[in-house]
Ligand binder design. Structure first.
Ligand code: FE2
Length: 263
């Protein structure tokens, strides 16, 4: 099973680099389409757009219409969940799950693969940082517990571990949130990986024995870390390959300068 992860495309309309962000996103989707073997799924781990506006999501929808693999979207702090849902009306997984008290959350499980994919909503209405509390804890525990045999990969925008590279180690509003979230992720023993974004640079950590990865920012103008001059116009994304024996093996891919000459 192969998952392609895109993160932090920050599509916008009016910024000086708005066209570059569109180009980065479109080139990334073209690169993923050219992969052989093809990925089974594409997950966008949030900050899909920069301002949460319908016309930004319309641009995203136009780009993602070209994707050959199924696409799953996870909200980030820059996303507006109502506008996100409105832009992808045919995406059944974005529909609020009946039985949950608060339908504003976008969290869901995809059961179509050997590894379950759980998207978990960490976006806060009050902060750029992640939010977590008893209600979200209940939702996550319920998503994890809905199936009891398969391994699980959880996608959430904010990394639930201390990121010791970069200026800010903590990406949730309070340290206790990270502790409590980690306890739920570890409890079943079936969560084998957590994939995040938000930090705009690639890094890896651990939550107990769970691998925790942060994908770099797909928008070349918004990413952090040192990239050599020849890569400055080349977006990057991640591929997570799952093998039943070895678990996930991940790589960060550089998008081909010319998708037609993909190598
Ligand atoms: Fe971001």
């Amino acid at each position: 099973m192969i998952i392609a992860q895109i993160s932090d495309t920050h599509i916008t309309i009016n910024a000086p680099d708005a066209d570059q962000r569109m180009r980065d996103f479109a080139l990334t989707v073209a690169d993923i389409n050219a992969l052989d073997p093809a990925p089974d799924a594409i997950v966008h781990s949030g900050d899909i757009v920069h301002g949460g506006k319908p016309d930004e999501y319309a641009r995203v929808a136009a780009i993602l219409a070209n994707a050959r693999a199924p696409v799953y979207l996870v909200p980030g702090n820059r996303d507006d969940k109502a506008n996100l849902r409105a832009a992808f009306p045919a995406s059944g997984y974005l529909t609020p799950v009946s039985g949950f008290a608060d339908s504003d959350f976008i969290d869901y499980a995809i059961e179509d693969y050997p590894v379950r994919l759980i998207a978990f909503d960490t976006a806060s209405s009050a902060s750029n940082k992640g939010n977590f509390g008893p209600e979200r804890a209940g939702r996550l525990a319920r998503l994890i517990g809905a199936e009891t045999t398969k391994p699980i990969a959880v996608f959430m925008h904010h990394p639930p571990f201390e990121v010791t590279v970069g200026p800010d180690r903590l990406h949730f509003q309070a340290p206790e949130m990270v502790t409590q979230l980690g306890q739920i992720l570890l409890k079943s023993g079936r969560v084998i990986a957590v994939f995040s974004g938000h930090v705009h640079r690639a890094c890896e950590g651990r939550i107990g024995n769970i691998r925790a990865m942060v994908a770099p920012c797909t928008a070349t103008t918004r990413r952090y870390g040192d990239y050599p001059p020849r890569m400055q116009q080349r977006p990057v994304y991640q591929l997570h390959r799952h093998d039943p024996t070895w678990g996930f093996v991940s790589e960060t891919r550089i998008v081909a300068a010319d998708p037609a000459g993909h190598a």
